[in-house]
Design a protein around this ligand. Structure first.
Ligand code: ZN
Length: 188
């Protein structure tokens, strides 16, 4: 990532909004924003499939769910945060190929740390797991609050957007789909 170019751009933005980039509180802001963007957009240069390489054959063929995975992403329309939770379910293939649970959370982190829209976040997570594990089916549900809806425009704090992406068995079999949706809605 070109941090120097980000610093220069942020400095120009500060001038453009009528502020003084030289005043005490703002003088280091371009550097801070550039460092922060390197972190927030670190997923741009990562391949989520790397996280799924080390799978193993457990012979387990039942539904596996990881729910309430927290994520923070940046909406590509406004460069404001949207954040919430992701729920992932998959049914291993005939060999029972599974992956460590933490790897699923790493896939979410990698794909959310990019300029994103929520619909694509769900789709890319589902596609990565589909490609990486070749499961019988994968389901991803994302529930998020968007700062660009809360702070500006329609100003609807507390509203959340839900998106989903379903592949394989979750499309074809109503029972497995129903099992997934009922389990992710269960409260602790
Ligand atoms: Zn937005």
């Amino acid at each position: 990532m070109n941090e120097k170019a980000i610093r220069e751009a942020v400095s120009k933005m500060i001038v453009a909004i009528g502020e003084d980039p030289g005043r005490e509180g703002l003088i280091d802001t371009p550097r801070r924003v550039a460092e922060m963007y390197s972190e927030l957009f670190s997923g741009m240069h990562q391949d989520p499939l790397e996280e799924l390489k080390v799978g193993y054959e457990l012979g387990h063929r039942e539904l596996i769910i990881l729910k309430d995975i927290p994520f923070y992403s940046m909406c590509e329309h406004h460069l404001l945060p949207f954040y919430g939770v992701a729920h992932i379910g998959y049914v291993p293939n005939i060999e029972g190929r599974v992956v460590g649970i933490s790897k699923l959370a790493r896939v979410v982190e990698c794909i959310s740390r990019r300029p994103q829209i929520q619909e694509r976040l769900a789709t890319q997570i589902a596609d990565a797991i589909n490609d990486g594990l070749n499961p019988d089916g994968v389901a991803v549900v994302i529930q998020a609050e968007h700062m660009c809806m809360v702070m500006r425009g329609i100003k609807k704090p507390g509203s959340s957007v839900i998106t989903s992406a379903l592949r394989g068995a979750f499309r074809k079999r109503a029972t497995i789909r129903a099992e997934f949706f009922s389990l992710i809605q269960e409260r602790k």
